[in-house]
Design a protein around this ligand. Structure first.
Ligand SMILES: *Cc1c(COP(=O)(O)O)cnc(C)c1O
Length: 372
């Protein structure tokens, strides 16, 4: 007699509840589908949650970054400092506005930019730092803010993974000129696609609202007048409606992820893996629980072994200068220039960390990883 195999545990699984489904249906029946009342309601609700003056909702997390750099005037001839390890969108948007990314290595235990390495990269052309709160762990903002002030640099936070993450009591996305959040299904709350920009700069928000909507002069209400060559990066009202009810649950979702992360921290005891750093002062949103395998394990093989045991895992993010486009254009040797980013990319392992996992799932995951 063969045992029935246990169910497959996916790497990620969005938790869409009846309240979201009802909210979407209500919007569909209303006939007001794009950038209407629900978008305004969510913008207000998110700005209260994050603790910033303005939130501008847009169609996805990449659009937020593109819009921010455009609105801040980052473009041809400018350089932007960025960690070498992130989701590829972070570096792509710098290229899209005509600027040049200056890659900086990360720390291997936090996966965030190593602030000690930033100053030596700054040149007369450097205009901004784009920091990433990788996997939901806040970057070292105190030092980074000081550097920005010292050199007069703009500061953009890619907080795509980090909605709800804080340093002391200050939310990420409020340290620099603007912050960017994503609502892709891999993030804590989702509308399929979706993004949000946080800022305390009211004039920047006005410009962002214009650029989001074909360049309309958003300060003028009476007539349509177009001030910029803008984009269509609007969010739909049914997507906003989904997020409004999920936002009410976000703190609970993060607490649950935190419990899972603590369980892993305690129970993963394989010396062939490095666990992610956890500091209680920084509130981690645990978008991803990310391990690094030592050289006796091979990433691809581990992913396959775990897959055969019914556990979905994957590499966590890219060493961006290693990707074909950036390699072709800048030809940087990541192995020597960004050893930690290269290692996190080639030996990193994202494992399941979301509220739907039950005790048995967690037990299976820990058992499988400890046996590697
Ligand atoms: C997910 C993600 C993005 C892109 O967000 P999308 O909504 O998928 O466009 C950008 N940066 C980081 C760090 C991300 O994790």
């Amino acid at each position: 007699m063969t045992e029935t195999p246990e169910k497959f545990i996916p790497l990620a699984s969005p938790d869409i509840q009846e309240t979201e489904i009802d909210a979407v249906i209500e919007v569909l029946k209303s006939g007001n589908l794009v950038q209407g009342k629900k978008v305004l309601e969510l913008e207000k609700k998110l700005s209260d949650y994050i603790g910033c003056k303005e939130v501008v909702l847009v169609s996805n997390g990449t659009a937020t970054l593109h819009l921010i750099l455009t609105a801040l005037g980052v473009g041809d001839g400018d350089e932007v400092i960025v960690p070498a390890f992130s989701y590829i969108a972070t570096a792509n948007v710098i290229e899209l506005v005509g600027a040049k990314p200056l890659f900086v290595d990360i720390k291997i235990d936090t996966f965030n930019i190593d602030p000690v390495l930033i100053e030596s990269k700054i040149t007369a052309k450097t205009k901004a730092i784009m920091v990433v709160h990788e996997f939901g762990l806040p970057a070292e903002m105190q030092i980074i803010c000081d550097i920005c002030e010292k050199y007069g640099l703009l500061l953009v936070e890619d907080a795509a993974c980090a909605l709800g993450a804080k340093i002391d009591n200050q939310h990420v996305g409020t340290f620099g000129n603007a912050g960017s959040f994503s609502f892709h299904p891999r993030k804590a709350i989702t509308s399929g696609e979706g993004g949000a920009i946080s800022t305390n700069d009211v004039n920047l928000a006005i410009k962002l609202r214009g650029l989001r909507n074909h360049g309309v002069d958003s300060a003028v209400n009476t007539r349509m007048s177009f001030k910029y060559a803008g984009f269509n990066y609007r969010l739909t009202d049914f997507q906003a409606a989904m997020l409004i009810t999920q936002l009410d649950r976000l703190n609970k979702i993060i607490e649950k992820k935190q419990e899972i992360a603590e369980f892993y921290n305690l129970n993963l005891i394989n010396e062939k893996i490095i666990k992610p750093k956890y500091t209680s002062l920084l509130k981690h949103s645990w978008q991803t629980y990310h391990l690094v395998l030592n050289d006796t394990l091979k990433q691809k093989m581990v992913i396959n072994i775990l897959k055969d045991l019914g556990i979905g895992t994957n590499y966590g993010a890219q060493c961006m200068p290693e990707q074909e486009y950036f390699k072709g254009k800048y030809n940087l040797d990541s192995d020597t220039l960004f050893p930690n980013a290269f290692r996190a990319y080639s030996q990193g392992l994202a494992i399941p960390c979301y509220e739907k996992l039950n005790a048995r799932d967690l037990e299976r995951i820990v058992e499988a990883i400890n046996k590697l």
